[in-house]
Design a protein around this ligand. Sequence first.
Ligand code: HEC
Length: 131
Amino acid sequence: MTPLTTPRLLAASCLALAAGIAQAADVDAKAMLQLADQSGCLACHAIDKRKVGPSYAEIAARYRGQAGALRMLQDAILYGHSGSWGVIPMPAYGGAQQVLTEQQALDLARWVLSLAPPGAPHAAPAGSKPR
Ligand code: HEC
C-alpha cells in the first residue's frame, strides 16, 4: 500500500478517525481511508475540501439522514455518477471494472456518510437543511 506520508493525508486521516470514532462506531475509519487511498479515490476527493470531486464531508452533510442515501452512494461508487455536484463525472468502480466489490462500495459509502463536519447534527430530520 502507499504509505500515508504527506501532512495533508495525515491530517485527513486524523479527521476521519476522529469523525469515525465519534459518530459511527461500526465503521472502521482507518481501514476505509486505506481502501479509498488504494482505490485512487483520494486523487479526486479529500475529507474536508473540494478537489476534482466534492469533499466527503460535504457529501455526508448533503445526504445524511436521507432514506436510501447509503444505497445511492454505493451505486454511485459502483456505477459512476454525474450531475449532482458539477459537470465532471465520477468514474465507476464496479461492473465491468471490478475494482471494488459491492460490499467494499457499501462500506465506503457508509464511511463517507459518517464524515459529516464536526457539530453537524447526527441525523437531520428529513427535509431539514443542514444549518
Ligand atoms: C476521477 C476523479 C474521481 C475519482 C477517482 C473518484 N471520484 Fe467520487 N466523484 C467524483 C466527482 C467529479 C463526483 C461528483 C459527481 C456528480 O456530480 O454527481 C464524485 C462523487 C462521489 C460521490 C457522491 C455521489 C453522489 O451521488 O452525490 C461519492 C460517494 C464518491 N464520489 C465516492 C468516491 C469513492 C469512494 C471513490 C473511490 C473508490 C471515488 N469517489 C473516486 C470524482 C472522482
